[in-house]
Design a protein around this ligand. Structure first.
Ligand code: ING
Ligand code: ZN
Length: 308
């Protein structure tokens, strides 16, 4: 692995490099950074994350899950960018985020899949659990809330295979157990995906809107306004079912519907769907601007949630 001083946001990293960097942060900031393990993968890897707690652990928690889809490389890169900003930024609004919240950040929710995108198939999406002659369930169709009701496949060869049962994947099972163990501590759950430049909120399994949809709309408005401030990047979106497509069994829905988090969002990061850039292969030169505008948006999101 690379030394932490060399770690940057002008290239995409392999899993081991990012894990070594997370470990170096825990050594460098022992009072602030704690390594957390969201469980194991089918192939025995660790789902490694960091808890960033600058002022005790009583502050409200914000949970960031990235990389659940292996090929969406910008998602883990943006998550590590945010980790670094929370630890090093001199910008007042970012220092406030670090000072006033507990952060739980998992850059790689699907490590086996991510490794596979580096070694065998750049466009792999799912886990790597063997199912007959095919591999993997879609870890964003595998969570135990209205599991497999709509927008998922029963075919193990499909990219949206729901899995044989809810939480059949050790990745979603163990990460969900970790999240459940934080009961009462998480106020906001945010999942990073790519691509299309959408901001999404529940639900994916039904057209029905969450009880506090007014709150979601208010926060959505602030967060999508903020994302365009720096580089004029446009995000659209809304509730998953209407804004993109029906999709049951996502982490976004489970966190909101089955846990006690107040709000749950999913960012579909750059590029836009009609970009000249090939969807999942966002050039590394765009990691920094994508992440900067994302952090602008999350800052606004957190500020708006605070007003509710
Ligand atoms: N899109 C997401 C997917 O899992 C999504 C969209 C987000 C569905 C949140 C449900 C909930 O299909 C990508 N690109 O993965
Ligand atoms: Zn995705």
């Amino acid at each position: 692995g690379r030394a932490s001083a060399e770690y940057n946001w002008v290239q995409y990293y392999e899993l081991d490099d990012t894990y070594a960097w997370l470990q170096s942060l825990a050594k460098q900031y022992p009072q602030i950074v704690t390594l957390i393990e969201g469980g194991k993968t089918y192939q025995g890897r660790s789902i490694l994350g960091v808890q960033i707690s600058k002022s005790g652990t009583e502050k409200p928690g914000i949970f960031i899950e990235a990389g659940i889809h292996a090929r969406e490389w910008i998602a883990p890169a943006a998550a590590t960018f945010i980790i670094n900003q929370l630890l090093t930024s001199e910008v007042e609004s970012i220092k406030d985020l670090a000072d006033n919240y507990n952060w739980y950040i998992f850059p790689h929710a699907n490590p086996d899949g991510y490794v596979y995108t580096h070694t065998k198939d750049r466009l792999w999406r799912k886990t790597r659990t063997p199912y007959g002659s095919c591999y993997g369930a879609d870890p964003n169709r595998n969570w135990g809330f209205h599991w497999n009701e709509v927008g998922a496949s029963n075919s193990a060869c499909s990219d949206t295979y729901a899995g044989p049962s809810a939480f059949s994947e050790i990745e979603t099972l163990s990460l969900s157990n970790y999240i459940a163990s934080l009961k009462g501590k998480i106020q906001l759950y945010v999942s990073f995906h790519a691509y299309s430049q959408y901001l999404l909120y529940p639900y994916g399994h039904t057209k029905s809107l969450p009880d506090n949809v007014k709150d979601f709309q208010q926060v959505f408005k602030a967060a999508t306004a903020a994302v365009s401030q720096r580089y004029n990047t446009k995000y659209t979106g809304g509730n998953v079912y209407d804004a993109i497509y029906p999709a049951a069994g996502s982490s976004t829905d489970w966190a909101y519907g089955a846990q006690d988090v107040r709000m749950s969002f999913c960012y579909e990061l750059r590029p836009s769907s009609n970009s000249y850039v090939t969807g999942f292969k966002l050039p590394a030169t765009q990691i920094i601007p994508t992440s900067e505008e994302l952090l602008d948006s999350i800052t606004a999101m957190v500020g708006e949630v605070k007003k509710l």
